[in-house]
Design a protein around this ligand. Structure first.
Ligand SMILES: [Fe+2]
Length: 433
């Protein structure tokens, strides 16, 4: 058994950091890997020892998923919206949610409301001749075959804004945010009771569609996760000999730092990624999968430091590309990849912002596969900064600055307006505090 060092008495070497993308990426990767190893070793532990601690912890959670699956149990926690709203979620449900880091909220919205929003989106885009004017995918991340979009680069429809600013969404976001430690060391890292209304797109995948899906990846960042001061502090326990204290629900130092720019970036801090279903979807129709283990992030962060990875390689992570999780370096984690259960229009789906996820391929899809992407992005310095640019985009009908500059909605007369905002909407956009 390893004795944990008393690092209070040890002066650990500082880490180099790059607040902007380094000019020489391979050289910076070599430098940061050496520095991270030196810091771990100065704490009195080896990289292999620290990695083994995380591996053991994650291994037990992978086994837990595999056992649940073998028993035919749902791997994804499912909680009724009414239980969240009435504070009748049990301690057992909460513990399961915390263990898995993902959730289906049943009946987040009424089925009829979600179906009406789905029709409203069709009316919105058709009345503005979107399909006639569509210029093809603005980025290659979600590129689909042909010219009919699956991902609509539409942000300001009444349906989306009504869902974002609804009391029911605020209730679910508040519930999820409170799973995190939002305050520590006398700092309030974020406000769990106020959301910043992060605007994202819509997916409408028609029945009969063939889709290759999306491979296993993560969204929180790329090389900035190792190379910027903020993230180095956020992941401090992995690199200072106190790996046992690593807590994936600790928001300390996560809500201020910069992120390296890229075509798939998210400027906001999201506690959870999420979407709301606008159609009924069966579990085998090309749906979302996750590795339902928040602690796996510790594994992903330490894995590149092992000796079988080239010195200038971070297991394939680089800037301007999504963070990949692959069978070569992360085979243990991918064993736990688990899809959502059947969902109905009006249910919402959420997963911890650090978790590996993918979208399964589908052929000849049964029914529609329609979702509005609405995450939980609580108010914090980082999200307040981004909210300023979001407000400008909202008023002008622009694409938000995290997304390709497509700006389809600028001239659309029936988009959601500032007069349609309720109090939650105004607070989310920073118009009132
Ligand atoms: Fe993603």
């Amino acid at each position: 058994m390893t004795v944990q060092p008393d690092i209070g008495s040890v002066r650990l070497p500082d880490l180099p950091h790059w607040e902007e993308i380094p000019d020489d990426l391979p050289a910076a990767i070599v430098e940061i890997k050496q520095a991270l190893r030196a810091r771990i070793q100065a704490s009195g532990r080896s990289v292999e020892d620290v990695f083994a601690v995380i591996e053991l912890r994650v291994h037990a959670l992978v086994d837990d998923v595999l056992i649940a699956r073998a028993r035919g149990e749902s791997v994804w926690p499912v909680i009724e919206y009414t239980d969240i709203a009435n504070s009748t979620v049990t301690a057992e449900q909460l513990a399961y949610l915390r263990r898995r880091g993902c959730l289906v909220v049943r009946g987040h919205f009424d089925h009829d409301q979600a179906r009406a929003w789905d029709r409203g989106i069709v009316d919105y885009v058709e009345s503005n001749r979107f399909f006639e004017n569509y210029r093809g995918p603005g980025d290659d991340f979600f590129a689909s075959v042909g010219s009919t979009p699956e991902i609509y680069p539409i942000y300001w429809s009444p349906a989306q804004m009504q869902a974002r600013q609804s009391d029911r969404t605020a209730t679910v976001q508040r519930f999820l945010n409170h799973l995190w430690v939002s305050e520590s060391s006398g700092v309030r890292w974020f406000d769990p009771d106020r959301d910043s209304l992060y605007p994202d797109r819509i997916r409408r995948r028609p029945q009969g569609a063939h889709s290759a899906g999306l491979g296993t990846h993560l969204d929180p960042g790329t090389l900035d996760l190792w190379m910027t001061r903020g993230y180095q502090q956020a992941f401090r326990h992995l690199f200072d000999g106190t790996v046992e204290a690593y807590d994936p629900w600790d928001a300390a130092h996560r809500t201020d730092g910069p992120q390296y720019p890229g075509s798939t970036m998210c400027s906001a801090f999201r506690t959870f990624q999420g979407w709301t279903a606008l159609s009924d979807m069966d579990h085998d129709q090309g749906v979302l999968h996750t590795v339902p283990i928040p602690e796996a992030m510790g594994y992903l962060m330490l894995r590149p430091l092992l000796p079988d990875v080239d010195e200038d390689d971070m297991c394939g992570v680089t800037v301007n590309q999504v963070f990949p999780a692959d069978g070569k370096h992360h085979a243990l984690l991918l064993e736990a990849l688990s899809g959502i259960p059947d969902v109905r229009a009006g249910d919402s789906v959420w997963w911890h912002c650090d978790m590996i996820h993918s979208v399964a391929p589908v052929r000849d899809q049964k029914g529609w596969g329609n979702v509005m992407y609405i995450p939980a992005a609580p108010w914090c310095p980082r999200n307040e900064r981004y909210a300023r640019s979001v407000l400008g985009a909202f008023l002008a009908g622009d694409s938000p600055s995290d997304f390709p500059e497509e700006h389809y909605e600028r001239t659309w007369p029936n988009r959601f307006t500032v007069h349609d905002l309720n109090d939650t909407g105004r607070r989310g956009l920073g118009l009132t505090s």
